[in-house]
Design a protein around this ligand. Structure first.
Ligand code: ES4
Ligand code: ZN
Length: 329
């Protein structure tokens, strides 16, 4: 595939990637065995072979948190393995989301962070890819849990830990519920990004993220297309959208033909918003970062000039010093 080769070659940043969504099938199997989790090999195989339109990723994340990821060392392994894989596909800089709240039954924030950072450093030394960490609020948990997460971040600061995110199910879990956690993180100088406006009636969550919670970036953000005034505002505020062309909601909702024309990513670019593609949960969406760029070109029909603009966006949006950017861009 010549275009895939092209998209694998240019140095890029991946800024929307959940650590647990990067686990390979082989590692998943190993971890299930190691933790003696009540999950069968057949179930793992079925999950990884279900095909192009995966559903139930969040359910898998919960199984991982509850039954499988019992040791910090497992996070180190997942981190290093994905850094190797991402580098192979041309990624030079990566920011990982990780949720501690669902893992706190097994180990401390400090132990989890230490293991992942060990993985980041090992990945950089071995593969020449730079990695950073974004602890993320589990919005299906309570505002108190979110505050606990930020307090742990402030008690255990690390150079690699650069910002605060929020993820898990958006419906009925409004971002403003977590205002104290975001305020505290901002006051401490941490960067802010939110998963907001993934689908449904949620454009207001994008507005809340930008205007109330101080988001510099938005993960997804597609429903902003329902509100042209808000799109103009986001453009004026220079917010960058870390979009995911393989987002499973739109894969499930549209036929293949509709999808290429009606994907909200196209309307976002048309409105002048700054966007760039990411892989989100690469092994679970059966995609890698290079493919997410190729999809923008080959299926969503963006021009090479537009791809170049997106590349600039991904570099501008990276929360890393200019010197490090020069090393990989
Ligand atoms: C997630 Cl909202 C969302 N999407 C994809 N992966 C996730 N992991 C946790 N929340
Ligand atoms: Zn995501």
């Amino acid at each position: 595939a010549p275009w895939l080769e092209f998209f694998e070659k240019f140095p890029r940043a991946e800024l929307h990637c959940h650590l647990l969504g990067t686990i390979s099938r082989e590692t998943f199997m190993d971890l299930v065995r190691e933790s003696e989790a009540p999950v069968t090999e057949e179930e793992v195989n079925e999950f990884f072979t279900r095909g192009e339109k995966p559903v139930g990723v969040l359910r898998i994340f919960r199984a991982l948190e509850e039954h499988i990821l019992k040791k910090p060392e497992m996070l180190r392994r997942i981190t290093v393995e994905h850094m190797a894989s991402a580098r192979e596909h041309g990624v030079r800089y990566i920011e990982f989301f990780w949720n501690w709240t669902g893992l706190k039954r097994h180990f401390s924030y400090e132990a989890g962070q230490r293991a992942i950072i060990e993985g980041l450093r090992e990945g950089e030394a071995r593969y020449g890819i730079v990695g950073r960490l974004i602890p993320s609020i589990d919005r299906e948990a309570s505002p108190e849990d979110a505050l606990e997460l930020v307090n742990e971040m402030l008690a255990h600061p690390a150079d690699e830990t650069i910002g605060l995110g929020i993820d898990y199910r958006e419906t009925n879990h409004e971002p403003e519920n977590f205002w104290k956690a975001f305020l505290l993180a901002r006051a401490a100088g941490l960067h802010i990004t939110l998963h907001a406006g993934e689908f449904g009636e949620h454009w207001r969550n994008v507005e809340t993220a930008m205007d109330l919670l101080g988001a510099e970036r938005i993960d997804h953000g597609y429903t902003i297309t329902d509100n042209p005034a808000l799109m103009r505002h986001a453009r004026d505020e220079n917010v960058i959208f870390a979009v995911v062309p393989t987002n499973s909601y739109y894969l499930r909702t549209f036929t293949d033909e509709e999808w290429a024309i009606r994907h909200p990513i196209r309307a976002m670019k048309r409105a002048g918003l700054r966007i760039f593609p990411n892989s989100d949960d690469p092994t679970m969406h059966h995609v890698n970062n290079a493919e997410s760029w190729r999809i923008m070109f080959e299926f969503l029909g963006f021009s090479l000039e537009e791809i170049r603009e997106m590349l600039v966006n991904s570099i501008d949006a990276a929360w890393v010093d200019e010197e490090t950017k020069i090393r990989w861009s």
